[in-house]
Design a protein around this ligand. Structure first.
Ligand code: N01
Length: 552
């Protein structure tokens, strides 16, 4: 309902129309709440709307990286590959938006700039860039974990004569690389995935690498029809199974997923035995050792196997050495999956620029100048990452109790209870917030779990006439301590590890391990037990609910 002043009033304002926003709108509507999703882009799909760079692909099998809330949707949608490509996921999410008639509750090209909690009314007022205002009892930040690009401040970037494109803001109409000299900066997942594709399209590709990457072949391919039939016949078991695993993936859907066996310990093998495993399993032999997860010596032994594989694959020994990761543990950063990444460096029209021998000094009109040389370029592609997990939340002027701003409250690192709520910010929910499994698990399963948990909480409040819910400081402190304690038992917080999980890719960002590493299965047990215990760690305030069920 929009009043004369142009303010739209709903029960729930959702920020974002990616997977989390789409499902929120659908479920809330089914439960009789009014909701609107505000989306910055001019299309739905979130991550899969923005990251349309060549080669963009998900690292979770398609049959598992899909919604489980509708059996009809599961049965009617056909996936074509084991691991879905960006265009296919974007088509799927547009299908979801149409099939469930979600677009009528989505405002595109609407960037949320500020949201303020009214302590008297127990409502949030949300300001947007076009100037429209929305109020709702609840605010759900479905803003994604990897949605704010990290754009390095290279001197002279604006002077470059050709296009500078970001993998995470890729132009809808694509980029013409034919006959062009292309410089790609960044060798994380986005850079690694785009390298072989850019090499095919460009006249010459220069890959500017600051840190070599641990990446593994995806073993992607067409999805066998019998595998798809089998999954569709057993989807309920599959979905239930996902929730009992640490990563939200059963691995039963045609993808080759390496499982670590507890009894496979690299330090208990001889050199010959390790090499025999390497001969047999190739790249996958570098990540099957259980002791590598916790023992630095075992981890380094796995890293050495990895470097042997690089040398076996890359023909030029100097290039192989430059591509070999050293000095930080395998598994401390997000594993990358690729299609013929290392083989691409055997092409004559691909050159690796090892920035450890001299970094980027500036961009000028004609290319990139490093401390080693000037590289003449026609197009620059930046695959330089994201301000992960907190960036999309701290960029909005989110004001909770006493006018406190989330950005300030989190100045020394994010603190959230279960990654869902922040003390001092009542009626605000975050989907896949810091302290939840999120980026360490199958995001779709995490999203569904969070959206359903929040929706259940809203129904509970409606039934009890509550108008305000807020995490307590004690519960939040306890959870944050637990999240940190578990992370400290892993390689992911090793002093040599500088990952975006730790915020280490953003200058000045506090070094705090952001996701919950204890596993999705344990997290679900915890969030279920919180509810069973009468929403332990949350306080509720009453009043006229204003949340009477509306006719769906
Ligand atoms: O970003 P990244 P990403 N000068 O931060 C380099 C998900 N994802 O977009 O390592 C030179 O991993 C930086 O170098 P360094 C997935 O979760 C998934 O690739 O900091 N280089 C690094 O090489 C992933 O982990 C898929 O030394 C600079 C790169 O840029 C996450 O998104 C696909 C630089 C950034 O790597 C992020 O991946 C794509 C500078 N000033 C993304 N600044 C799937 O497959 C940064 N770099 C599902």
């Amino acid at each position: 309902m929009t009043d004369a002043a142009g303010t739209t009033e709903v029960d729930v304002v959702v920020v974002g129309a990616g997977m989390a926003g789409l499902y929120s709108i659908h479920l809330l509507r089914e439960l009789g709440f009014t909701a609107v999703a505000l989306e910055q882009g001019d299309g739905v799909g979130g991550t899969w709307f923005w990251n349309r760079y060549p080669g963009a692909r998900c690292d979770v099998p398609s049959l598992e990286y899909s919604f489980g809330f509708s059996e009809e949707l599961e049965q009617e949608w056909e996936w074509s590959e084991v691991f879905p490509s960006q265009p296919e996921i974007e088509r799927y999410l547009n299908h979801v938006a149409d099939r469930f008639d979600l677009r009528r509750d989505i405002r595109l090209e609407t960037r949320v700039t500020a949201a303020t909690y009214d302590e008297a009314q127990h409502t949030w007022t949300v300001e947007t860039e076009p100037g429209d205002t929305f109020t709702g009892r609840f605010l759900i930040m479905a803003t994604g974990c990897l949605s704010v690009p990290q754009i390095p401040d290279f001197p002279g970037r604006d002077t470059f004569a050709g296009p500078v494109v970001f993998t995470s803001m890729w132009p809808r109409d694509g980029v013409d690389f034919a006959g062009k000299r292309v410089g790609l900066v960044g060798t994380g997942s986005s850079g690694v995935q785009s390298t072989p594709e850019l090499a095919d399209m460009a006249e010459h590709l220069y890959v500017f690498q600051r840190t070599p990457t641990y990446t593994w072949p995806s073993h992607n391919g067409p999805l066998p029809p019998e595998v798809q039939r089998e999954a569709k016949a057993n989807y309920r078991e599959l979905r239930a199974g996902q929730r009992t695993t640490p990563g939200g993936v059963t691995g039963s859907t045609g993808a080759i997923i390496m499982q670590m066996a507890e009894d496979r310990r690299i330090l208990e093998t001889t050199e010959e035995e390790r090499l025999a495993v390497l001969d047999e399993m190739q790249w996958d032999a570098t990540r099957v050792w259980a002791d590598a997860l916790t023992d630095p010596e075992a981890n380094e032994a796995s890293c050495e196997l990895y470097r042997i594989m690089v040398r076996r694959t890359v023909e030029d020994p100097d290039v192989a050495e430059a591509l070999s990761p050293r000095g930080f543990p395998i598994g401390c950063k997000r594993p990358v999956i690729d299609s013929h990444y290392f083989e691409t460096f055997n092409r004559d029209d691909v050159t690796l620029i090892d920035l450890r021998k001299g970094g980027i000094e500036e961009i000028d009109e004609t290319g990139i100048r490093t401390a080693q040389a000037h590289v003449d370029l026609d197009v620059i592609v930046l695959a330089t990452g994201f301000d992960a997990m907190t960036g999309a939340l701290t960029r909005v002027d989110l004001r909770g109790r006493d006018g406190k701003v989330l950005r300030d409250v989190w100045a020394h690192g994010p603190r959230a209870y279960l990654g869902l709520q922040v003390a001092g910010f009542p009626n605000l929910f975050v989907i896949n917030g810091p302290g939840s499994p999120s980026v360490l698990a199958n995001m779709v399963v995490c999203i569904e779990q969070h959206v359903e948990w929040i929706a259940d909480c809203l129904v509970y409040m409606r039934e009890h006439g509550y108008t305000e819910v807020e995490a307590t400081v004690e519960a939040q402190d306890g959870w944050v301590d637990h999240v940190n304690a578990i992370a400290d038992t892993t390689m992911m917080t090793a002093p040599s590890c500088n990952s975006w999980y730790l915020g280490a890719n953003i200058p000045g960002k506090p070094r705090v391990f952001l996701p919950y590493v204890g596993g999705l299965h344990r997290y679900i047990e915890k969030t279920d037990s919180v509810v069973a215990g009468g929403y332990e760690g949350f306080t509720f305030a009453g009043g006229p609910s204003g949340l009477a069920p509306k006719a769906p």
